[in-house]
Structures are given as structure tokens and as C-alpha cells.
Design a protein around this ligand. Structure first.
Ligand code: SDX
Length: 393
């Protein structure tokens, strides 16, 4: 029926698409990538294999995995002229700001992967994106700290290569600690996809107009940056630092419960999970593991985080509203222990989520029933009226 709409602010009960990629049962705290539980993948798989699974729907056999790795590593470098693009930004820019610009700008460089009607070009665009996002994030970081860019090394696995590009310097050899690379890989895997979250919905909406894939992913990165979404990992660590010591937790819990205070516990709550976020559980174990490995298990931020979680989970307000730690609650503690500054937390979320965005974009483009996304509105403005001359106003 024309002009009759369902009003659903925040899309709390609107399915915007059909998808066969990721399944979430928010009441059970269940997350499946193509049917496989996240806990099993986090333990047994690795990020690139998970990328293959999300993109193509099945786990690869050995030959398929080798071929995929070969194709991804062939595309890890950027067009050299993109270095000039970086130089146009202020050094103190947030790396997310730089990434939005550079990723959008990729469509000015890779003209052979812009035709979305050509399956080969779509495939190359997907591979390029998976391969280049770590390089772009690492370059944004190096640029922000005034160090020379470190080029990718294709003999390293995906996570090790990213750590190498971030932390190596030309002046001395850099050894990637395998256990840290494993932890980095797991963080990437836990962030890889999450069905129709705000940034993925943004990518789909941008893509529904036929916009090129680089433009769509840039839109996703822009959306992810917000503190209610991927920006929460940075905001959460800043909050833990502000709390500082365990004795100050009650003060912050009281603020989070106060209707008149805009403060919220960052890294807490989720639109879909009403029991627990299974990624947060794995992330918490990972935090213990990594901090133990680095000999900083008594890190005061980890102590504050654990105590905050404990107090909140016993508090009536959080129990009643079903608020639990989400994926962003423990990730920052691990990343900080690895040596990343807080400004790099959301770029790491973005490069990890790129596979989810591109898989969802590809699924949408290949759906023959696809239409341009075009929500309607409930108009609340003035009724029709006549224009008046400025002299009479
Ligand atoms: C991500 O969607 C995804 O899948 C996202 C994500 C992904 O992988 O893509 O999982 C990644 O974005 C994780 C979320 C990161 N954001 C934060 O940690 C920021 C803090 N959390 C929130 O702002 C909030 O919980 C959201 C944004 C995550 C969810 O928002 P909703 O579903 O719109 O819920 P809401 O804001 O309407 O909250 C419901 C009630 C409100 O109280 P009432 O008005 O009903 O009295 O719960 C309260 C809120 O005030 N509430 C909180 C709270 N989160 C919600 N109160 C205190 N602290 C909090 N963190």
C-alpha cells in the first residue's frame, strides 16, 4: 500500500536483507560464521582461512588456501603514488581520518576493479581490499609517528606482516613474536564479520546505488569510527585509564546509571546480545594470555576492567537492561600491551572487518532481487505554505 510505512527508528526490528554469511543468536550468545562457531574458529582456524570462509562460503582445502594466500600476497603493496596522498594529511590526523580518505582514493588508482557488473573485477576488488587494508593502516600509523613506511613482507603470515609493518624500522632487524602474531590474528578473526551492524549496513546501502567497492568500504570505515560502534575500543581504554584505580569504579558505575549523565560504560551493551557477547569471552582469555606472555599480567587497566565487569554484572541496572561486555571491552588492553597507541585500535577493527564488509557487499551485488536502499520517513515539518518576500519577513 502506497505511503504507509512502519516506523522503526534504529532499525530494531527491521531485516534489511537476506544473508547466508553470519548468524547471531543474541539470547544464547551464539555467533556463527557460515555455520561455524566463533569459539572453534578462534581456536583452530586463522584469519586468512576465515576470510576465505566468509567470502566463498566454505572452508578451503589445501590447494584453495595456497591459491588464496598467493592472490592476497600479490596485492599487499600500494601504488607508489599513494605515498603522496598520505603526505597531504596532517601528521597529527587520526589514522581513521586518513584511512577513510586513502581507501576512498583507491578508486582513483585501480581502474580495473571498478566495474561491479564484471565478476572478475569484483573478485579482484575483494582481494585487493583484503590485501591492502593492513598496509594502509600501518602506513597511517607510521606517518602519524613520523617514521618511514615499512613495506609489506609476503613471506610473513597476514598478522605477522601487519605487526612487522607497524613496528619494524629500517635501522635494525625486527622479530615478530609468534605468540603475539597469533593473538593479533585472533583479534582480527573475532572482528571479521557481524551481520548487519551499522558499518556493514552502511556498506550495503552505499553499494545498493552501484557505487564502486572502494567507495563503499570507505563509507563503512567512516561509520565504524563512531564511539557507539567501532570507536568504542579506543573510548573504552580511555575510560579505563580515567577510572585508573579499582576504588573509583563505583563512581563511574553510578554515572553510567544516571539518566541525566550522558556517560555510558564503553565496551558494554549490545543491540543483539542480551546474554553475553561470545567474542568478549575469547578476548578476555586472550588478554590474560598476552599479558602473561609479556610479563605484565598485573597491568592495572586489566585489573580495573575485570573488577568493573564483576561489579557491573552484579548490579541491578545492568542485569535488568541485559548489559554485558562486548567485543570492544578487552581488545584495547591487548592492543596496548602489544605497543599500539589507542588511535590505532579502531583502524585495526576496520582492517579486520574489511572481509565482512566486502563479503556482504559481494553477496548483495550478486543477489538478482537487489534494489537500491531507500528508506522512507515520517514527515514532521511544516505543512505546505506560500513563499513570502524577504521584506515582509
Ligand atoms: C560494536 O551491532 C554490532 O554488531 C556492532 C559490533 C560489531 O561487531 O559490528 O558488535 C561492534 O559496535 C560494539 C558496541 C560498541 N559500543 C559501545 O560499547 C558503546 C557503549 N554501548 C552503548 O552505547 C549501547 O549499548 C550500544 C550502542 C552498543 C547499543 O545500543 P542500543 O541497542 O540502541 O541500546 P540503547 O542505547 O537504547 O540502550 C538501552 C538501555 C538504555 O537505557 P534506557 O533508556 O532504556 O533507560 O540501556 C542503557 C541505555 O541508556 N545502556 C547503557 C549502556 N548501553 C546501553 N547504560 C550504561 N552503559 C552502557 N554501556
Amino acid at each position: 500500500q502506497a505511503d504507509v510505512f512502519t516506523y522503526d527508528p534504529g532499525f530494531t526490528s527491521t531485516a534489511s536483507c537476506e544473508s547466508a554469511i553470519t548468524y547471531i543468536d543474541g539470547n544464547k550468545g551464539e555467533l556463527l560464521y557460515r555455520g561455524y562457531p566463533i569459539e572453534q574458529l578462534a581456536q583452530k582456524s586463522h584469519y586468512l582461512e576465515t576470510c576465505y570462509l566468509l567470502l566463498y562460503g566454505e572452508l578451503p582445502n589445501k590447494a584453495q588456501m595456497e591459491d588464496f594466500e598467493y592472490r592476497v600476497t600479490r596485492h599487499t603493496m600500494l601504488h607508489e603514488q599513494i605515498n603522496n596522498f598520505f603526505r597531504g594529511f596532517r601528521r597529527d590526523a587520526h589514522p581513521m581520518a586518513t584511512m577513510v580518505g586513502v581507501v576512498g582514493g583507491l578508486s582513483a588508482f585501480y581502474h580495473d576493479s571498478l566495474d561491479i557488473t564484471d565478476p572478475w573485477q569484483r573478485e579482484v576488488a575483494a582481494i585487493r581490499m583484503i590485501a591492502k587494508l593492513p598496509t594502509i593502516a600501518a602506513m597511517a600509523y607510521k606517518y602519524s609517528i613520523g617514521q618511514p613506511i615499512v613495506y609489506p613482507r609476503n613471506d610473513l603470515d597476514y598478522a605477522s606482516n601487519f605487526l612487522h609493518m607497524c613496528f619494524a624500522v629500517p635501522a635494525e632487524p625486527y622479530h615478530v613474536e609468534p605468540a603475539l602474531a597469533k593473538a593479533m590474528d585472533r583479534i582480527m578473526m573475532l572482528h571479521a564479520d557481524h551481520e548487519q551492524n551499522a558499518s556493514t549496513s552502511t556498506v550495503r546501502l552505499a553499494g545498493s546505488s552501484g557505487a564502486n567497492p572502494f567507495a563503499c568500504i570507505a563509507a563503512g570505515i567512516a561509520c565504524l569510527w563512531g564511539p557507539a560502534h567501532g570507536g568504542a575500543n579506543q573510548a573504552c581504554l580511555e575510560m579505563l585509564r580515567e577510572i585508573g584505580t579499582v576504588d573509583r569504579i563505583p563512581e563511574f558505575i553510578a554515572r553510567a546509571k544516571d539518566k541525566n549523565d550522558p556517560f555510558k560504560l564503553m565496551g558494554f551493551g549490545h543491540r543483539v546480545y542480551k546474554n553475553f557477547d561470545p567474542r568478549a569471552k575469547v578476548m578476555k582469555e586472550s588478554a590474560d594470555e598476552v599479558l602473561g606472555l609479556l610479563g605484565v599480567e598485573n597491568n592495572p587497566l586489566l585489573q580495573v576492567a575485570k573488577e568493573l565487569e564483576k561489579i557491573a554484572l552484579e548490579d541491578e541496572y545492568f542485569i535488568e537492561k541485559k548489559l554485558y561486555p562486548n567485543v570492544d571491552f578487552y581488545s584495547g588492553i591487548i592492543l596496548e600491551a602489544m605497543g599500539f597507541p589507542t588511535a590505532m585500535f579502531t583502524p585495526i577493527f576496520a582492517l579486520s572487518r574489511t572481509i565482512g564488509w566486502i563479503s556482504q557487499w559481494k553477496e548483495m551485488i550478486e543477489d538478482p532481487t537487489g534494489k537500491i536502499g531507500r528508506p522512507r520517513q515520517l514527515y514532521t515539518g511544516a505543512t505546505a505554505r506560500d513563499y513570502t518576500d524577504v521584506a515582509t519577513r
